[in-house]
Design a protein around this ligand. Structure first.
Ligand SMILES: [Zn+2]
Length: 150
């Protein structure tokens, strides 16, 4: 298991944009092309879900996915990152015909797209099952600037 400790810093912070959208009738998509490391715009869809818990859960899932694009880009380039590990066309982002539905049980890979017509999942209810896959954690460690301390 890997624990991540986030630290707030005013210097050398990762420059990302954060937007709060209060519109009840639309959902704005976050993005991180990851071409230059992290080049992200995160959108907290405050008004879309009708309650803070659901909006927070959505934001956590989406932010984890978008940060993950930088890890995949560093480890495997465009096809791995924009192609969502082979589940989408890297350019159009459309789900491939070979992409399976959500797994009925077990972990849901946050960095893959799934075909909901072949099997759907309540991501919020299964949030505990939605996690970085071991291979992606290894990719993150491999790409990190590690400082070993005693
Ligand atoms: Zn994505």
């Amino acid at each position: 298991m890997v624990w991540v400790k986030a630290e707030h810093s005013d210097t050398n912070a990762i420059p990302v944009d954060l937007y709060v959208k209060t519109d009840k009738n639309s959902y704005a998509r976050s993005m991180n092309p990851a071409i230059l490391g992290i080049d992200a715009s995160f959108i907290y869809n405050k008004g879309r879900f009708g309650n803070k818990e659901r909006a927070d859960a959505d934001f956590m899932l989406v932010a984890a996915h978008e940060f993950g694009h930088s890890v995949l880009m560093y480890a495997g380039g465009l096809s791995l990152s924009w192609g969502h590990k082979g589940s989408t066309n890297p350019i159009t982002q459309s789900v491939k015909s070979s992409t399976p539905g959500y797994p009925e049980k077990g972990p849901i890979d946050l960095m893959k797209y799934y075909d909901p017509t072949k099997g759907n999942a309540d991501l919020f209810r299964r949030m505990v099952d939605s996690a970085a896959m071991d291979i992606d954690v290894k990719r993150l460690i491999w790409g990190a600037q590690i400082k070993w301390t005693k």
